[in-house]
Design a protein around this ligand. Sequence first.
Ligand code: ZN
Ligand code: ZN
Length: 388
Amino acid sequence: MSISAETTQQKPPVAGSQRLRSFASTVQLPGFGLPTQNCQRYVPRGVCEHGHIQLARSSCELRSCPDHWREWATKGTESAVARLAAYREAQKHALNKRMVHVVASPEVTGEVTERRLWQWRSEAQQIARDAGLRGGLMVVHPYRTTDELDQLYGQAVAGGLPGDYGKWRFARDLAAGDWKAQQRYISAAPHYHIIGPARDVDGGAVAGLDGWVVKMIRSLPRHQLRDPEAYEALAGVTWYLRSHAAHQPGRHSVSYFGAVHPATFDPQEALTASQWDQVCQMANHAVEPPGADEEALCGADDCEAPVFDLYELAARMAQIEWFNPLDGTIKNQLIGLKLWYIDGMAVPPPHTTTDKEALLSWLERKGWEVAHGPVAAAGSTMRLLSDY
Ligand SMILES: [Zn+2]
Ligand SMILES: [Zn+2]
């Protein structure tokens, strides 16, 4: 018996607010931590045809970071898509090349504690196997949204909120980064999402087993090496699941088990080098459509000139017809940038790296010093200065 037709929405009992506070002090969601000093730093990403240095914040890719948890989610999504697709690619039989998305929920009686959250994860893996999954990617979800949030979300959707604007994104907007505020809209209700290879999922086989409920959400499109559809479907669901996965220091929100676990399945062994290469490329495109950053344009006011990469900087600066007509301030900034980034002969002091203007004026001063004063320059910069 397959239970894909099951429609009953199980609303687990809501833990008391005192209890939620204790659970929620340990188990959070991605993006509710503090930004690190490191991720506030500006780094040069390129230079435009008019010499404007493009500065962007470096991403820490940390799960807790309010600015960069999305990059954490994206990076993990890409590697998960590659691993799961590689597993499917390695299968001999075309019929077997699907992935299913299943959710397993334990019966919650009594207090939800962080210890039980992770104990249940091990049980959930066994439950998933019993239901017919040979393995999979497991995402731990500690919370569900409250009825109040669901109502607010329903109203927002009726009021024209775009269809792809998810419930959790909406909840996050309401909290505006404040974990205390977020707790008003969530209740502790651990459940475990699994994306894994299966012919069929038989929730009936495990129904009633210690109160676990297994629900088939959907079957994903069939894998084909060069068809983006299955990769994109995998990427979409994996990213969304990661966006509200458990965040607890020292614990992985997402793990593999069974047939797709790294100890069992090595894509580089199971596939030819060119197959694995293709799978990685498709996974990369599924999370970052090709061409997204191919046409980088300058971010300076009223400029929009094309941007070239930093590895071209030294060669560009050596072209007198490009470098000489530039404004004096810009020349100094570029010489300073070369001194720092290409020649490695100066490092900006920490307080300048979190402030765009301060960083630019430090670059300008360094460039001026190279041209006029105490700082020695690399040979290639000396040649450049003979025409400056
Ligand atoms: Zn960060
Ligand atoms: Zn520009």
